[in-house]
Design a protein around this ligand. Structure first.
Ligand code: 5GP
Ligand code: MN
Length: 343
């Protein structure tokens, strides 16, 4: 989105519209924070707004202001379809291609005649939107929603609800402000959000201090399963469906586990492989430090993508052959892995 398009968007938003806001499938903190933050903002102008997520999201995000208004496409298909078909404006947040919403929802979004606005920080965005605000250097889509409101000259309207939602996404996507994508501008945005009423301590507690006993036990198992390949500065974790069942796995329980592998001294590339019998896949999360691009590795080998230092993907073979494949492709990256610094 170029500044020149802002007057167009302002005029679009100047009269009440039917607006649908959509994040990616398996929404994370940035996806929920950005969609709900924008929801609260647009509500102030008497638009008819709804956030529709492709599917459910973890309990640790269910305290966000506005959570009770969210529709889930997977379990509320008819209502969701009707709202999408009837939308004048469709905001797609925190993803770069319709297929990231899953097959069924993507089909409905693709035929929507609504004017589309994309706000996203993932690499290689598709060009389905009339207005695209894409910036891969951004810490989070939440930081971009803040910028969007600023471009509309409207930061005065940011209230505690908007500030709280946006704070959550910046916090979760930056690993609590530690990743390289965290800039002085990110802190400036966070500073403003705190001034507008985001309660930082409460937000951290609500989001991170919600462990169940069984989740900690599952983490214990994940750490026992940790394997290290020191010469390639790589570490990985596996969790089978049987292990997930043993510890009463609930959505979101494995969030952040991969970071433990990345915290090993000298390790710059970490992966977690999680079996899903329901989807008949191995879900893969990849993380790196410095230049080594897990986005590229995932695109090349695991049907996924994301950012340079955080990407997702999947494998349609069983755990053993997925790990065999993973180990067999690593030598191709030997040079990069041994040269990369750990910034
Ligand atoms: P996670 O490992 O937490 O699922 O995902 C890490 C990052 O990569 C997130 O920003 C997520 O949105 C993105 N991501 C995960 N899976 C995919 C995928 O299949 N394609 C793309 N383009 N991005 C993904
Ligand atoms: Mn994000």
């Amino acid at each position: 989105m170029i500044k020149a398009q802002i007057p167009d968007i302002k005029s679009l938003l100047s009269t009440p519209k039917n607006i649908v806001i959509v994040p990616h499938r398996n929404p994370d903190g940035d996806a929920m924070g950005s969609t709900l933050g924008l929801y609260h903002y647009l509500k102030m102008y008497n638009h008819n707004v709804v956030v529709i997520t492709p599917n459910d999201y973890p309990d640790f995000l269910k305290w966000l202001p506005g959570d009770d208004t969210v529709l889930k496409f997977e379990s509320q298909q008819e209502e969701s379809k009707a709202l999408i078909d009837n939308a004048d404006l469709l905001f797609t947040l925190d993803f770069n291609a319709f297929h990231r919403t899953g097959h069924d929802m993507a089909e409905v979004l693709e035929v929507s005649s609504a004017t589309k606005i994309m706000i996203d920080h993932h690499q290689q965005p598709d060009d389905y939107a009339k207005y695209t605000y894409s910036d891969v250097s951004m810490s989070s889509t939440c930081e971009m929603v803040y910028n969007f409101i600023e471009m509309l000259d409207d930061t005065d309207r940011i209230d505690a609800n908007i500030a709280t939602c946006l704070y959550v996404g910046v916090m979760t996507d930056t690993g609590s402000f530690r990743f390289r994508s965290t800039t002085s501008r990110t802190h400036e945005v966070i500073s403003n959000l705190i001034k507008k009423g985001a309660d930082n301590t409460q937000i951290h507690n609500n989001t991170y201090d919600t462990n169940s006993y069984s989740r900690l036990q599952l983490l214990g198992r994940a750490l026992q399963n940790l394997k290290v390949i020191p010469e390639l500065r790589t570490a990985y974790i596996t969790l089978s469906q049987a292990e997930l069942d043993e510890f009463n796995f609930k959505k979101g329980d494995t969030e952040g586990f991969v970071n433990n592998a990345l915290s090993l001294k000298g390790i710059i590339f970490a992966a977690i492989f999680i079996e899903s019998k329901q989807d008949d896949i191995i879900k893969i999360s990849l993380r790196s430090k410095g230049e080594f691009s897990v986005n590229e590795l995932s695109r090349a080998h695991f049907h996924g993508g994301g950012h340079t230092n955080a990407a997702g993907g999947r494998s349609e073979t069983n755990m053993t052959s997925t790990i065999d494949k993973f180990i067999s492709i690593l030598p191709q990256y030997k040079q990069e892995l041994s040269q990369a610094n750990n910034g």
